[in-house]
Design a protein around this ligand. Structure first.
Ligand code: UDP
Ligand code: MG
Length: 330
């Protein structure tokens, strides 16, 4: 009987055909690992048979746990629910679609035993759409200049976190959760493990281009007020340039008298300034929108059903976590 438990959180949204496959792969992988496992599926408002398939597994194996949301709350929130409800001494986060190879679990655990707080999987972009890879690398180049946490291309949520890292994440209580950034924000000792990109086997990705774009904007806005600073600097630069322009024109008028005013200059100035102002308003609006949602203080998710009994997980132990982080021992 193995006494130490590792928890695996799997957010699942319309993954009916993957549930059993990922379970089998994990069960097989853990056969020769010194730890026991607990698999926690978060059914994120699936409209297919995902929940049914999970429940079937639960009947045959009590180590399978599930939380089913009342609707789709998004992967980021599903992860939060997972962290709040797992009991293992370390936690692995992985997707249901088998894109995250179970063979990495052993290296993860090795890293954990070496004392790392986060063991992170980083994939290459083998087999990915060329355009998407190019846009992603451009995005990462840009975002790392804007936000003050380190975000790496190819690093996602697939990782192992020890208890200290999970506790740290549970202290970050914001509603708008950009997990990649949160994982990076908590810091701690990290080990990176590289792996080859794997294509999705069943079902399709939930990321449309517009969803990706929104996710990208979330990344930029979620971490600090630097975009607001950029608006400020752009405004200041334009003001400076227009003062120079006005001065030059004034000198020309004094020397040559008033000549026919240029249509082009006027229209360019109106359009350009209009664009800059709208963009800045948009950025400010994004921040206000976030303040609006955070001040509502709604619960992050609602659970419709679960097989986790109260008291079985670390949920509600916030005061314990605060104490640990204040005293620094862990
Ligand atoms: N997912 C989720 N809620 C959502 C969207 C996705 O729980 O609203 C889950 C999904 O079932 C999968 C993981 O998040 O297990 C990653 O999603 P996906 O494979 O679509 O993303 P990609 O691998 O294409 O980035
Ligand atoms: Mg996927």
């Amino acid at each position: 009987m193995k006494s130490r438990v590792i928890s695996i959180i799997i957010p699942s949204f319309n993954e009916a055909n993957n549930i059993e496959l990922i379970y089998k792969a994990l069960d097989k992988e853990f056969a020769d690992i010194n730890y026991d496992y607990e698999i926690l599926f978060i059914n994120d408002g699936s409209t297919d048979d995902t929940l049914l398939r999970i429940k079937k597994l639960v009947l045959s194996n009590p180590k399978v746990k599930y939380i089913s949301f009342t609707r789709n709350f998004g992967k980021e929130v599903a992860l939060l629910a997972g962290f709040q409800h797992v009991k293992g001494e370390a936690v692995i986060v992985m997707d249901a679609d088998l894109q995250h190879p179970c063979t990495l679990i052993k290296p993860f655990i090795k890293g954990y035993e070496e004392g790392y707080h986060q063991v992170i999987a980083q994939r290459n972009r083998k087999g990915d759409n060329r355009l998407r890879s190019f846009l992603s690398s451009l995005y990462y180049c840009f975002i790392n200049k804007v936000v003050d946490v380190d975000l790496r291309d190819g690093v996602g949520d697939f990782r192992l976190l020890n208890r200290k890292a999970v506790d740290a994440l549970l202290l970050l209580n914001e509603g708008n959760r950009f997990s990649k950034g949160l994982f990076s924000w908590i810091g701690l000792n990290q080990k990176i493990i590289y792996y080859d990109n794997v294509a999705r086997q069943n079902g399709k990705t939930k990321w449309s281009f517009s969803k990706l774009l929104n996710y990208g904007i979330d990344g930029v806005i979620s971490f600090n007020n630097r975009p607001l600073r950029i608006c400020f600097y752009t405004g200041a630069l334009i003001l400076l340039l227009s003062i120079v322009y006005i001065f030059i024109n004034l000198v020309l008028i004094i020397r040559n008298g008033i000549v026919e005013p240029g249509y082009f200059t006027t229209i360019s100035a109106v359009l350009f300034l209009g664009g800059v102002q709208l963009l800045s308003l948009g950025v400010i609006g994004e921040y206000i929108g976030r303040i609006y949602y955070e001040t509502k203080r709604r619960p992050h998710y609602l659970i419709q059903e679960t097989n986790i009994k109260s008291g079985e997980s670390y949920e509600g132990n916030q005061s314990r976590i605060y104490k640990i982080y204040r005293s620094g021992d862990h």
